[in-house]
Design a protein around this ligand. Structure first.
Ligand code: NAD
Ligand code: IPM
Ligand code: MN
Length: 347
C-alpha cells in the first residue's frame, strides 16, 4: 500500500497525523508493506502560491500511489472554497472516482449509501453573469450520461449483492426534476433485473429523508446522485452519533484507485483545540485495508476504535472527556492488547 496523505486544512491536520500510527502499527503486526508521503495541499499552499491541485497531479498520483487519504479541506480565509473544489472535486473527477461509498453504521444495521460522485450538479457545468460586481444570472447544470449512471448502478448493485445485502433503494426526485429522475429510474430498473437477490424500491428524496430520520432500520443499500447523496450522508452521520464518526471511500472501479475521506469537513469551530474526533479517519483506514483485501486488520481496527469510543477518553462530540491524543492513546493500547499472537518462527 503506497498512500498519498493529504491532511488538508483545519481538523484534517489534526485527525490525519493522529490516526496514521494506527495504520503503521497494524501493518507491522500483520506484516503488510506500507509507505506514504504527506502532501501539503490545502489552504496554506493555495494562499502562498495560488496552487491547489498541482499541474499533472492527476496523472502522477496513480503512477506513484495506490490510494489517497484525505483529512478535510476548507478554510475561513477562502470563503468560496475555491482551493477545496480544485483539490477534492479535481481528484474525484480527474481520477474518475465515481463511486462514493459512505456506510452509515447503526445499532439496527449498516446502511450502505452509494453516492454518485462526479455528475449531476457536481459535473462542473454552468456559469454566471456578473454586472457591477454582483451576480445577475447563475446557472449550475445537472448533467448525467447514461453510460456513467449505468456503470455506477451496476457496480453498486454488484457490491451490495456480494456483501449479502438484500434491499436497495433508489433515491431520486423525478416528480420535480423529471429528466434525470427518469434516466436513473430506467437504468435502475433495467440493471436490477440481473440481480434477483436484491429487492429494489424507489423513494423521492424528501420522503426518504423523512423516513430515514424516523426509522432507518428498513434500509440496507441506497443509490443516489451527487447532491442528494451529500445531504443524505450528513443525515446518516447524525444518526450514527455525529460527523466525527462517518467515513467514506471514493473509488474508481476500473482502476481500483481510491480516495479515502471522512464525510466531515475541516470543522473551523473546533480546529486547533485538540478535541477533533479521529474516529472517522480511523474508519477510513479500515475501509482502505478492506479495499486492499486486508480484512483481518480492518476488523481489528474497527473493534478497537469502537471499544475506545465507549470509554472516557472519547472526544467531547461523542460524549467523552478526552482529546484527539488521549483517544488515540486508547486506540493504540487496544490494538497492542488485541494483537494476534505472533506465529512461532520456523526452526
Ligand atoms: P464540518 O463537517 O466541518 O463541521 C460540522 C460540525 O461537525 C461542526 O460543528 C464540527 O465541529 C463538527 N465536526 C465535524 N467533524 C468533526 C470531528 N471529526 N470531530 C468532532 N466534531 C466534528 O462542516 P462545515 O462547518 O459546514 O464545513 C467546514 C469547512 O469544511 C467548509 O469550508 C466546508 O466547505 C468544508 N468541507 C470539506 C469537506 C471535505 O474536505 N471532505 C467536507 C465537508 C465540508
Ligand atoms: C463532502 C463535502 C464535499 C462534497 C464538498 C466539500 C465539496 O461536502 O465530501 O461531503 O460536497 O462532496
Ligand atoms: Mn458533504
Amino acid at each position: 500500500m503506497r498512500i498519498a496523505v493529504i491532511p488538508g486544512d483545519g481538523i484534517g491536520k489534526e485527525v490525519v497525523p493522529a490516526a496514521l500510527p494506527a495504520l503503521t502499527a497494524l501493518c507491522e503486526t500483520f506484516g503488510l508493506p506500507l509507505s506514504y508521503d504527506v502532501l501539503d495541499w490545502g489552504a496554506d499552499t493555495w494562499l502562498a502560491t495560488g496552487v491547489g491541485l498541482p499541474d499533472g497531479a492527476v496523472e502522477r498520483l496513480p503512477r506513484t500511489y495506490d490510494a489517497v487519504l484525505l483529512g478535510a479541506l476548507g478554510d475561513p480565509r477562502i470563503p468560496d472554497m475555491a482551493h477545496g473544489r480544485e483539490i477534492l472535486l479535481g481528484l474525484r473527477r480527474g481520477l474518475d472516482l465515481y463511486v462514493n461509498h459512505r456506510p452509515v453504521v447503526l445499532d439496527s444495521g449498516v446502511i450502505d449509501i452509494y453516492r454518485e460522485n462526479t455528475q449531476g450538479l457536481y459535473a462542473g457545468v454552468g456559469g454566471s453573469v456578473t454586472r457591477s460586481g454582483s451576480v445577475t444570472v447563475a446557472i449550475d447544470e445537472s448533467v448525467h450520461t447514461r453510460a456513467a449512471v449505468e456503470d455506477f448502478v451496476r457496480y453498486c448493485l454488484r457490491r451490495l449483492r456480494d456483501d449479502g445485502r438484500r434491499k436497495v433503494t433508489l433515491v431520486h426526485k423525478s416528480n420535480a426534476v423529471p429528466n434525470t429522475g427518469r434516466l436513473w429510474q430506467d437504468v435502475f430498473r433495467r440493471e436490477l433485473t440481473a440481480f434477483p437477490e436484491l429487492t429494489g424500491s424507489e423513494e423521492y428524496v424528501d420522503a426518504f429523508c423523512y423516513h430515514l430520520v424516523r426509522d432507518p432500520s428498513p434500509y440496507e443499500g441506497v443509490l443516489v446522485s451527487s447532491l442528494f447523496g451529500d445531504i443524505i450522508s450528513d443525515i446518516g452521520a447524525a444518526l450514527m452519533g455525529g460527523l466525527g464518526l462517518a467515513a467514506g471511500a471514493s473509488v474508481c472501479p476500473e482502476t481500483h484507485f481510491a480516495l479515502f475521506e471522512p464525510v466531515h469537513g475541516s470543522a473551523p469551530d473546533i480546529a486547533g483545540k485538540g478535541i477533533a474526533n479521529p474516529y472517522a479517519t480511523l474508519m477510513c483506514l479500515a475501509l482502505m485495508l478492506d479495499h486492499f483485501g486486508h480484512g483481518a486488520p480492518a476488523d481489528l481496527l474497527r473493534t478497537c476504535v469502537r471499544e475506545a469510543a465507549r470509554g472516557a477518553t472519547a472526544t467531547p462530540d461523542i460524549g467523552g472527556h478526552g482529546t484527539t491524543d488521549l483517544f488515540m492513546d486508547t486506540v493504540l493500547t487496544l490494538l497492542d492488547h488485541h494483537r494476534p499472537a505472533r506465529r512461532a518462527s520456523p526452526p
